[in-house]
Design a protein around this ligand. Sequence first.
Ligand code: SF4
Ligand code: SF4
Length: 72
Amino acid sequence: MTDKTKKRRLAVVNADSCVACGTCFAVCPFEAMEIYKGCYARPVGERCVGCGICERNCPIGCISIKIREEAV
Ligand code: SF4
Ligand code: SF4
């Protein structure tokens, strides 16, 4: 049996550094960020495509784009 995976780009937030400024929420063209309980940003479900716009605009530099392998 062969396990199939696909690679997916995804924004990852360092929640300890995030100041919940809302910039990533505002600039994301896919409405893929939310400010969880007003405390820190996190991607919403499967919407994030890893485009990196939020990473480039975060004033704290606490977003990074990771590549994850997911089962298909
Ligand atoms: S732009 Fe950065 S600091 Fe601001 S809410 Fe998003 S992750 Fe947090
Ligand atoms: S990487 Fe792109 S799609 Fe994902 S949350 Fe950031 S701006 Fe939105």
